[in-house]
Design a protein around this ligand. Structure first.
Ligand code: CAA
Ligand code: FAD
Length: 384
């Protein structure tokens, strides 16, 4: 039994983060969340407030204007915000764990001064651009090219499904420089919005997380200076995978929050709604659903906290992150479906929130590596 990462004693600071995130979600995200979902309206004002409150650069060092907090604080905040608004929490997750973390871990001092400080403060938000029309799970088969022209690269190709695609200021773009070297010939380049040849494509009309903006991106002969490459030549795929290991903890925490949000609503509803002369909570069938939901959500929380702790303790967290995401996303899909069931017909309409949570849950089994890919990652680790 591997007990590393299992010390969950929360500090005063963790509890303060939890309270701040819960308060922010309830007072500033809950009003309007249904309308933003229905209209697929990007939460511009809410994201600006997340920046002001320090939720967009939580783990970034104070040297670059971040909160200097640990991963446990981050997952605690992600859970609370995702209970209410998973569209906002995906903006938060991408900015914190993919873009800021990646830049801080592997960027140059100049890149950090130029981009990380603004990303951590929420002055701009970031996007992480790996997926392509023909390369999702099979991420090594990049068709976007970054051809070396001495002091700059020329970028050509299309990225697909990019979160924050229309609203980001800085984009981390993976592209193939040397085909012969396969994944070891991929680079990650920082591209700015508005660069000549960079066009943001149509916004996707999605099932869930509808207020987040997901776009395809087109690059035609975009000149990217070499100082915008992250890491050594050919480091781009390793960069993407290393960054995604932490990203998966963020999405696992998002899934956990979606599940917990649905559970809290179902528990409250079961104590109000009456049928056959008693509260529906008093029907054992409903009690059992809630008991099972509470149990699975607690198990998911333990996996999420364990992965976060391992990361904070600088131990290997590849498998723990994949396990947390695999399990928490399944719990989210299942628990939100049960929450709709507990609400009966009321669960099927927007006013009661649980139908949105059910639609939002589905994406957690797909992005940052599908559930099948998490199993593949876990299985490979079993053989190490
Ligand atoms: N951590 C660090 N390095 C890793 C890694 C990990 N988890 N997984 C693979 N690598 C490295 C390997 O070590 C290898 O490098 P070397 O050859 O230099 O040792 C290299 O990556 C290639 O690995 P494989 O040979 O295992 O490649 P593969 O093609 O067989 O499988 C994969 C790779 C695990 C399936 C990978 O392609 C993958 O994770 N696919 C899913 C992609 C994904 O998660 N996309 C998310 C996009 S971002 C997003 O979705 C954001 C959002 O929604 C909000
Ligand atoms: P495919 O890879 O075509 O997979 C199709 C099916 O086949 C899946 O069930 C998959 O699990 C299965 N499958 C594929 N290969 C295997 C295998 N080897 N073994 C078993 N099963 C397999 N990407 C980014 O880069 N940045 C983003 O910000 C981003 N945001 C996103 C936001 C949204 C709303 C969505 C929908 C996607 C986003 N993505 C983003 C892309 C996302 O990561 C991919 O959709 C995901 O990795 C799956 O790739 P795919 O869609 O090409 O599916």
């Amino acid at each position: 039994l591997d007990l590393s990462g299992l010390n969950f004693n929360l500090t005063e600071e963790h509890l303060a983060v939890q309270e701040a995130a819960r308060d922010f979600a309830q007072t500033e995200l809950l009003p309007g969340v249904i309308e933003r979902d229905t209209a697929a309206k990007f939460p511009t004002e809410q994201v600006r407030r997340m920046g002001e409150l320090g939720f967009l650069g939580m783990m970034v060092s104070p040297d670059y204007g971040g909160g200097g907090m640990d991963t446990v604080s981050y997952v605690i905040a992600m859970e609370e915000i995702s209970k209410v608004d998973a569209s906002c929490s995906v903006v938060m997750s991408v900015n914190n764990s993919l873009v800021c973390w990646g830049l801080e871990a592997f960027g140059t001092e100049d890149q950090k001064q130029k981009y990380l400080t603004r990303l951590a403060a929420g002055e701009i938000i970031g996007a992480f651009c790996l997926s392509e029309p023909e390369a999702g799970s099979d991420a090594t088969s990049q068709h976007t090219t970054a051809i070396d022209h001495g002091d700059h690269y020329i970028l050509n190709g299309t990225k697909n499904w990019i979160t924050n695609g229309g609203s980001a200021g800085a984009y981390l773009v993976m592209a193939q420089t040397d085909v012969e070297k396969k994944h070891r010939g991929i680079n990650c380049l920082i591209v700015e919005k508005g660069q000549a040849g960079f066009v943001v494509g149509k916004k996707e009309d999605k099932m869930g997380i509808r207020a987040s903006d997901t776009h395809s991106l087109m690059f035609t002969d975009v000149h990217v200076p070499k100082e915008n490459r992250i890491g050594d030549d050919g480091f781009g795929f390793k960069f993407a995978m290393s960054t995604l290991n932490g990203g998966r903890i963020g999405i696992a925490a998002q899934a956990l929050g979606i599940a917990a949000g649905a559970y809290e609503r179902a528990l409250a509803y079961a104590q109000e709604r009456q049928s056959f002369g008693k509260k529906i909570f008093e029907h054992q069938a409903i009690q059992f659903k809630l008991a099972e939901m509470a149990t699975k959500i607690e198990a998911a929380r333990l996996l999420v906290y364990k992965a976060a702790r391992l990361k904070d303790e600088h131990k290997d967290y590849v498998q723990a992150a994949a396990m947390a995401k695999l399990f928490a996303s399944d719990v989210a899909m299942w628990a939100t479906t049960e929450a709709v069931q507990i609400h009966g017909g009321y669960g099927y309409v927007k006013e009661y929130h649980v139908e949105r949570l059910m639609r939002d849950a589905k994406i957690t089994q797909i992005y940052e590596g599908t559930s099948e890919i998490q199993k593949l990652v876990i299985a490979r680790e079993l053989l190490k």
